[in-house]
Design a protein around this ligand. Structure first.
Ligand SMILES: [Zn+2]
Ligand SMILES: [Zn+2]
Length: 276
């Protein structure tokens, strides 16, 4: 996780052969800086995958892509919304997928599925590489049956714990309609709601949970961790690793599994020539 919270979100998924940025909701400078901390140059990215068009997921892309011709993967409605009225309409390299489609980026299979959230066509992802998989759902009002089904096979789950219900209710800065929006079925998962999704996945293969997209004012990592750990304790699954991502720093790298080193044959070699 390069950074996660209500002010900006970006994550890196990497194998020996492939580097995928999920969302670009930090400043371009921060994305580049934090990729560097992971030992990755922006030019090495094989793709940028977009969940949806909200600013906290795309705001750094305009500057990042000014000099970078990386393929941006998004569904058509999200692409349209992101390109509209900004310099990203100059970006030439788009890969448009249909929500629900499955496709490959190098040796990573990407499964997409719709999530309920107040954006044009928001999606979640399940990534498969080697024998391991990663589920990625931030920004969703609730988990549909299909989402739970898609996440049943994942080993590591990134899920939002946006707010603590009590802190949100007692918050004096947010007007009532905003609170309604956050709590609605097209808003965000509370700590409790996320814990219930995790509970549903416990019979599956899950062995790690990474919490993210915490509201700055209406949540704390302690509350989110405590809520999820309590559910795991009650279910007798205390061996499951739980981590809370933060806004200001990259998380430690999570090793999800092994891929076949050296086995993947890319169709093309990437070549970058400096300008003459
Ligand atoms: Zn968001
Ligand atoms: Zn959003």
């Amino acid at each position: 996780m390069l950074g996660s919270g209500s002010a900006g979100n970006s994550a890196l998924v990497a194998t020996d052969h492939c580097k995928i940025l999920i969302d670009g909701g930090l400043s371009a400078r921060q994305i580049i800086l934090r990729l560097e901390q992971c030992g990755v140059l922006p030019e090495q990215l094989d793709g940028v995958l977009l969940t949806h068009e909200h600013g906290d997921h795309v705001c750094g892309l305009q500057v990042l892509c000014r000099k970078l011709d990386v393929p941006i993967y998004a569904n058509s409605q999200t692409t349209e919304a992101v390109r509209c009225g900004c310099s990203l309409d100059q970006h030439r390299n788009w890969r448009i997928f249909r929500t629900g489609a499955e496709f490959a980026i190098c040796d990573v299979t990407v499964q997409t599925f719709p999530v309920p959230h107040d954006a044009v066509d928001p999606v979640g992802f399940a990534f498969y590489a080697g024998s391991s998989s990663l589920g990625f759902v931030t920004d969703l009002g609730y988990a549909t049956k299909m989402i739970v089904e898609r996440l049943r096979q994942v080993h590591t789950l990134v899920i939002e714990t946006n707010h603590d219900e009590k802190l949100l209710q007692s918050d004096t800065h947010r007007p009532w309609p905003v609170k309604q929006r956050i709590q609605s079925r097209h808003g965000h998962l509370s700590n409790n709601a996320a814990a219930m999704v995790i509970e549903e996945l416990l019979p599956g293969r899950i062995d790690r949970v990474v919490l993210g997209h915490l509201s700055r004012d209406c949540n704390t990592p302690e509350l989110a961790l405590q809520t999820v750990r309590e559910v795991l304790r009650k279910s007798g699954k205390i061996e499951i690793e739980v981590f809370c991502a933060t806004q200001s720093e990259i998380s430690p790298p999570f090793r999800i599994g092994e891929t076949m080193r050296g086995h993947f044959q890319p169709t093309f070699e990437n070549a970058f020539f400096p300008a003459a």
